[in-house]
Design a protein around this ligand. Structure first.
Ligand code: PBG
Length: 334
């Protein structure tokens, strides 16, 4: 009707942009925030002294010998990171078909955990319970002559492994193997031996994912035959993730985890809405490598993509995120 646009009042009652006008308003209405308390830092330990070796497919991540690992952990504790998840690189000469090195009381993990708890006692040490770093064939379980992964005999070894880690001072054990019944068996054994305060971070919905490639490079643990599809989950399954998670909770898990994170945000969301335990998500090696690679090409802004990725994992419902970006993020949030 009128020719003066300023005097015309369009019929818009709701203007969501009002709350986006200036940074302070945007901060006030931000629904999800990333905090250093959300972060768990996965770290790789190898035998030896005075060495750290960068992992080619994971730029910025290293395999550390225990002495340098202790320095790194002291530094990340200083940055406010509460917890680390420890993964060992085992020399070929110590691997066998049954992964017996995994429960050696003098093993690399056991000695390293003791040293960490002595040097940096305030940091929460989470140890990996799985056989793949220790087996010649690279699978997370014992195998029979046909290469079938044996469930119950594997659980027996996992129990020994978890007990030896608890004995070394681990605060939480984290079974990442996906054998049936292992959470219950480990909880029972820990309690029977008096480790009632050692927690279990259960990899509950762990998918058979191609995103683990760089991690297997880091550990030299790629399976020598076949794949992990008889124990890790199929990417198409969501209801099964709930089933696995409910079983782990019933068996005594303290924290449940979804892995990988980014391609499984719907699973994180569902588990968050249907359970009341803390939910962790593993922002895995391949997710890290993709961001690093694109950033190295100058194709994306690494810092912004990293923060957006982690925030989205939180928004989906994760309380905790295992991420190789933990140190970088802690430095930014610091
Ligand atoms: C195996 C294990 C894997 C990862 C953690 N524990 C790989 C696998 O299942 O083959 C992957 C972590 C990552 O990709 O960052 N027990």
């Amino acid at each position: 009707m009128t020719s003066n646009p300023d005097s015309s009042v369009p019929n818009i009652t709701h203007r969501p942009r009002r709350l986006r006008r200036i940074p302070a308003l945007r901060r006030m209405v931000k629904e999800t925030n990333l905090s250093v308390n959300d972060l768990i830092y996965p770290l790789f330990v190898m035998e030896g002294e005075g060495k750290k070796v960068e992992i080619t497919s994971m730029p910025g991540c290293y395999r550390y010998t225990p002495d340098l690992l202790l320095e790194e952990i002291a530094a990340v504790a200083q940055l406010g990171i509460n917890a680390i998840a420890l993964f060992p690189v085992i020399s070929e000469s110590k691997k066998d078909d049954t992964g017996s090195e995994s429960y050696n009381p003098e093993g690399l993990v056991q000695q390293t955990v003791q040293a960490i708890k002595q040097a940096v006692p305030q940091i929460v040490v989470i140890t990996d319970v799985a056989l793949d770093p220790f087996t010649t064939h690279g699978h997370d379980g014992l195998i029979d002559e046909n290469g079938t992964i044996l469930n119950d005999p594997t659980v027996e070894v996992l129990v020994k492994m978890a007990l030896s880690q608890a004995e070394s001072g681990a605060d939480m054990v984290a079974p990442s193997d996906m054998m049936d019944g292992r959470i219950g068996a480990i909880r029972k054994a820990l309690d029977a031996e008096g480790y009632i305060n050692v927690g279990i971070l259960a990899y509950s919905a762990k998918y058979a994912s191609a995103y683990y490639g760089p991690f297997r490079d880091a550990l030299d643990s790629a399976p020598k035959f076949g794949d992990k599809k008889t124990y890790q989950m199929d990417a198409g399954n969501a209801r099964e993730a709930l089933k696995e998670t409910f079983l782990d909770i019933a068996e005594g898990a303290d924290i449940v985890m979804v892995k990988p994170a980014l391609a499984y945000l719907d699973i994180i969301h569902q588990i968050r809405s249907e359970t009341n335990l803390p939910v962790a998500a593993y922002n895995v090696s391949g997710e890290y490598a993709m961001i690093k690679a694109a950033a190295q090409q100058g194709w994306i802004d690494e810092k912004q993509v990293m923060l957006e990725t982690l925030l989205s994992i939180k928004r989906a419902g994760a309380d905790l995120i295992l991420t190789y970006f933990a140190k970088e993020v802690a430095m930014i949030l610091g």
